[in-house]
Design a binder for this molecule. Structure first.
Ligand SMILES: [Zn+2]
Length: 146
């Protein structure tokens, strides 16, 4: 009798026996692998981040270090996920701005990373970008609650 490599219960289905895991455990393993891949993807980019609280609200500021890796623009989903893995889900409640390799600041839609990851700020310094991102979030919250 072959046992599942994850939960140790006996495997009956020939397909399960072949891969060494039952269907539920296999699905769990696949999901974990996907998460790990996404997190590792952030390593393709050279970036740094910090929380800017100078305007009284936390704003996540991501900076593209432009050292020849994948640009933050092209890898934003993996980067935000890696930051969430480090400092937690509160990332999704903050406005997010990023500085591209040209030194321009634009906004990141933390809640829409796949469909529509960026919004236009076009600021040339962090202070202006942070103020604009906070304003935008406040307008959105106001718009949906009234
Ligand atoms: Zn199992």
């Amino acid at each position: 009798m072959i046992a599942c490599g994850r939960c140790n219960r006996p495997l009956k289905d020939p397909k399960s026996v072949e891969r060494g895991y039952g269907p539920d455990c296999w699905a769990t393993i696949q999901a974990e692998a996907t998460r790990t891949t996404n997190r590792n993807g952030a390593e393709k980019s050279d970036f740094t981040y910090r929380i800017n609280t100078s305007q009284g609200k936390p704003v996540l500021v991501i900076t593209d270090l432009d050292r020849g890796g994948m640009s933050v623009t092209n890898n934003i989903e993996a980067i935000v996920q890696s930051i969430v893995a480090e400092i937690g889900e509160r990332v999704y409640t903050m406005p997010i701005v990023y500085r591209d390799s040209m030194g321009r600041y634009d906004g990141v839609n933390g809640d829409s990373l796949q469909r529509n990851p960026f919004y236009f700020l076009n600021k040339d310094n962090e202070t202006d970008a942070v103020i604009a991102a906070i304003q935008r979030q406040e307008e959105q919250i106001c718009g949906t609650s009234h």
